[in-house]
Design a protein around this ligand. Structure first.
Ligand code: ATP
Ligand code: MG
Length: 396
């Protein structure tokens, strides 16, 4: 077998009862999908997934695939040895050089699942510690806070590894239905999208573009964000909705203080159309309570009332700092802070209403007669497709 082997830990799936198989099947499918065009085979034994992946697949690609797949809490590239003490020692001797730092401490972690193996965990640890000392004479043992760890698992075979990566946890994408995320060029909405993907939700994205008030660069930025989110979503489409005429109509015919609210209401109704066309039953936004005028309880209550769809706001209780930290973790922050303005900024009133009265704002929205603008916008929407690796698919 010339395949690479990765040991993959499931997270919350392991708590599932009757549907567990469905979740696991989806997880395996998602991982394999991300590793294409390379061949992979994923087996399961005792709460562990064993991913056998074509030797030709680059480690960096595999690591990116596993670290963007929800449903996994961690993974390690493992080396196999026969279940035989000499073979285990030889395997350790071959993988250790270069794997540990020269100075500091280490620990041998042994998981002896096969209770018939004739050596105890302690026996194995002592033998392997000797190997470590032979190669790294300056390292000391520290069981509580080791600088380096060599893990040996004795199961069907023996598996050895020197580093373990954390993954995102959650549940596999495709197990929680479909949504549409309102993706702006900001920091918040990509984080909101990733958080729902982490809970197993598949979503496409919608961006309202007000060219030329928002530039081509702003669109490129949103496309870039979509490509960064796509791996978490196992691939994603981006619907770009031209909304300049609608924006101008609101600006010229509505109350200035309500402009943002009216635009948000129009966004909800447009998104609802696109969502229904594509089988999505929820809208996801990057709103956080009271972060800006349109995100007060009253304002959100108003925008909520403009659609029948469930509106999910996964960031609602988060501080900006926490959101930024997550944006850094998932790799969207640097793109989000590029300076191109989004359309809300361009059309923002100086003194926005923060406590709209729902019934009054709903009436004002009705008086604007947005229907034809929404219809045109949906009709002229342009779709971009990104695959599970985040690459744009042309002619998809
Ligand atoms: P973000 O950082 O995501 O841009 P924000 O703090 O700037 O959010 P707003 O601009 O008020 O807040 O937008 C709130 C939410 O509305 C966004 O998180 C996003 O989900 C959605 N949204 C705003 N502008 C657009 C747009 N042009 N296209 C699509 N969705 C948008
Ligand atoms: Mg914004």
């Amino acid at each position: 077998m010339a395949d690479k082997l990765y040991l993959v830990k499931e997270g919350e799936i392991s708590l599932k009862g009757g549907n567990r198989n469905l979740f696991e099947k989806r997880l395996r499918h998602n991982i394999k999908d991300k590793l294409r065009p390379y061949h992979s085979e994923i087996n399961k034994q005792k709460g562990r997934l064993y991913a056998y992946i074509d030797e030709a697949a680059p480690d960096a690609m595999i690591e990116k695939a596993l670290s963007t797949t929800s449903g996994i809490t961690g993974f390690a590239k493992a080396h196999r040895a026969e279940k035989d003490m000499d073979a285990i020692v030889r395997c350790a001797a071959s993988i250790l050089p270069g794997a540990f730092s020269e100075k500091g401490s280490f620990k041998i972690a042994v998981k002896r699942e096969d209770k018939a193996f004739p050596f105890s965990s302690r026996d194995i640890a002592v033998k392997l510690a000797e190997v470590v000392h032979g190669i790294y004479p300056e390292l000391t043992v520290d069981l509580d806070n080791p600088g380096n760890t060599l893990t040996c698992e004795v199961r069907g075979e023996a598996y050895l590894y020197t580093s373990e990566s954390k993954a995102i946890g959650g549940l596999p994408v495709g197990t929680a239905g479909k949504g549409m995320v309102l993706l702006s060029g900001g920091i918040d909405s990509p984080v909101a999208a990733q958080m729902m993907a982490k809970r197993g939700m598949k979503a496409d994205a919608i961006y309202f573009h007000a060219y030329p008030y928002t530039s081509d660069e702003a669109l490129e930025k949103v496309k870039k964000l979509a490509s960064l989110i796509a791996p978490y979503m196992q691939g994603m489409r981006l619907f770009v909705v031209p909304f300049t005429d609608g924006q101008i109509h609101i600006r010229d015919n509505g109350y200035e203080e309500e402009a943002t609210l009216m635009f948000r209401a129009a966004m909800m109704q447009t998104a609802e159309r696109i969502a229904k066309e594509h089988g999505a039953i929820a809208i996801i936004t990057g709103e956080a309570l009271s972060q800006v005028a349109s995100q007060t309880l009253d304002a959100m209550s108003f925008t909520d009332s403009m659609t029948d769809l469930l509106v999910l706001r996964p960031l609602v209780g988060m501080d900006k700092e926490d959101i930024i930290a997550r944006a850094r973790e998932i790799g969207t922050y640097e793109t989000s802070i590029l300076p191109y303005e989004d359309c809300c900024v361009v059309f923002s009133p100086k003194h926005p209403v923060t406590r709209p009265v729902k019934e009054v704002s709903r009436r004002h929205f009705g008086e604007l007669g947005m229907e034809p603008f929404i219809e045109n916008a949906v009709r002229d929407t342009v779709v971009y497709t990104f695959d599970a690796a985040g690459k744009e698919v042309i002619d998809g």
